[in-house]
Design a protein around this ligand. Structure first.
Ligand code: LLP
Length: 421
């Protein structure tokens, strides 16, 4: 459920008409709903209320500081995957003891920043990383809390580009080698083993892969405890999927997911951490765009929008579906027509949807991409020297620009010309 509904014929974000925001900031732009963000966080928080837990929002999904602050104030921790994300979370007021550091290629410099600024734990992904972490922690005279990310060799049954839990993926340590790697961790200075980490992929719409992975984690917990390791936390990753096409999908809910976690690992008495990104931010954001032209092609009509693949890469990159709706509510029974919906960028990959049925729209009309809050703004670029588009946050009847559109001068003046030119 989200808070983007038609009211009196106009699509609104909470109590603010989208057209009002468009008139103020211009299109295209992203708009997020505070109520939806916090609602989704609370669903996870409540689903784990049977035991000690921390919901660490995977901020890679949408990392504007206003979003982080909204979630942190509701009680969220953060999952970060780079020094930049770590510093951004800190800048938004998140304390180090609520930040977990994931990622397959943490550098010594990134590790040093997190150890100096405070960190809840590192989710270590390889032996070489463990050695670097041990060396940096020893040099700083501190102890680094760690989990080790295990790769359970489970098929997440999702898009190949976002599956991470099979043995051929670059992530984690093969679960069969886990005992040796934990023994190594226990022998190295500067490290303190606190738990196990697993993350098998993103946009999972079936609980079974989670169940298989978490059962393996439960077995491993017993084995590692018998080996003498103090396993007090389980970080179970993110990945719960969301409905992109409202008409026909009903993926499992956070409540179902929380019950599954309780069933598979609840008996172990560990503190549970999860790292959801998409489910918290996805339905909490729209991409709003204007129709530039409706162009008649050979046997098809193209809807040419002012948003493009550089603003929302998901359709080009993952063949992803986003519902695209007019901002003025279509009349009941309004005629539907078929469009190829595209952006102005100079490649055919800049296509949001092919042969999409939707109500007829005209040049100048506003349309909204639903479910664009996660992996939207964060994956955008300035390809074709198109400015990064503004982000707007709505709270009840108020809205604020939380990232302004840069001017062309700001973009162009970032280049420097070498002395020989
Ligand atoms: N934890 C780790 C270690 C991850 O790698 C990810 C996502 C998450 C948590 C959060 O997963 P979520 O709950 O959001 O599914 N750009 C792609 C998605 C990439 C996901 C990468 N890792 C997309 O637009 O579909």
């Amino acid at each position: 459920m989200d808070h983007f509904l038609y009211k009196d014929g106009a699509l609104c974000a909470e109590d603010v008409p989208i057209s009002e925001i468009a008139a103020s900031v211009g299109t295209p732009f992203y708009v997020y709903s505070t109520a939806t963000l916090t609602r989704h966080f609370r669903l996870f928080d409540d689903a784990l209320s049977w035991g000690p837990h921390l919901v660490c929002y995977a901020m890679k999904a949408a990392s504007n500081q206003a979003i982080l602050k909204t979630l942190a104030e509701a009680g969220a921790g953060m999952d970060v995957v780079s020094e930049g994300e770590y510093l951004r979370a800190k800048a938004a007021g998140v304390s180090g003891d609520k930040i977990v550091f994931s990622g397959v290629g943490k550098t010594a410099a990134e590790i040093r920043t997190a150890l100096t600024g405070g960190i809840r734990q590192f989710n270590v992904e390889s032996e070489p990383e463990m050695h670097v972490l041990s060396a940096v922690a020893t040099e700083l005279g501190v102890e680094a809390p760690i989990t080790i990310r295990v790769n359970p060799d489970v098929d997440a049954k999702t898009h190949a580009k976002i599956a991470t839990g099979k043995s051929e993926n670059k992530f984690g340590i093969p679960i069969a080698r886990a005992r040796d790697v934990y023994a190594m961790a226990a022998s190295l200075p500067g490290l303190k083993v606190v738990g196990i980490d697993v993350h098998i992929g993103s946009q999972l719409t079936d609980l079974e892969p989670f169940e298989l992975a978490y059962q393996k984690v439960a077995e491993l917990t017993e084995v590692l405890r018998a080996d003498g390791h103090d396993i007090i936390r389980l970080d179970l990753g993110g990945g719960l999927g969301i409905p992109y096409a409202r008409s026909n999908e009903a993926p499992p809910t956070p409540t179902d997911y929380g019950a599954l976690i309780q069933r598979t690992v609840g008996h172990l008495g560990c503190e549970i951490e999860i790292e959801p990104g998409r489910l918290i931010a996805g339905n909490a954001g729209l991409l709003v765009s204007s129709v530039i032209y409706v162009k008649s092609g050979e046997g098809r009509d193209f809807l040419i929008l002012d948003a493009a693949m550089n603003d929302l890469i998901r359709p080009a990159m993952y063949e992803a579906w986003h519902d695209i709706v007019p901002v003025v509510e279509p009349k009941a029974g309004a005629e539907q027509t078929q469009y190829d919906i595209v952006g102005p960028v100079c490649e055919s990959g800049d296509t949001f949807a092919k042969e999409r049925m939707m109500p007829r729209v005209a040049s100048g009309d506003l349309v909204a991409f639903r479910t664009a809050g996660a992996y939207g703004a964060v994956m955008s670029s300035e390809y074709n020297t198109r400015p990064l588009i503004p982000e707007v946050l709505v709270h009840e009847d108020q809205f604020a620009v939380i990232r302004a559109r840069p001017t062309f001068d700001e973009i162009i003046n970032r280049d420097t010309i070498p002395s020989w030119l």
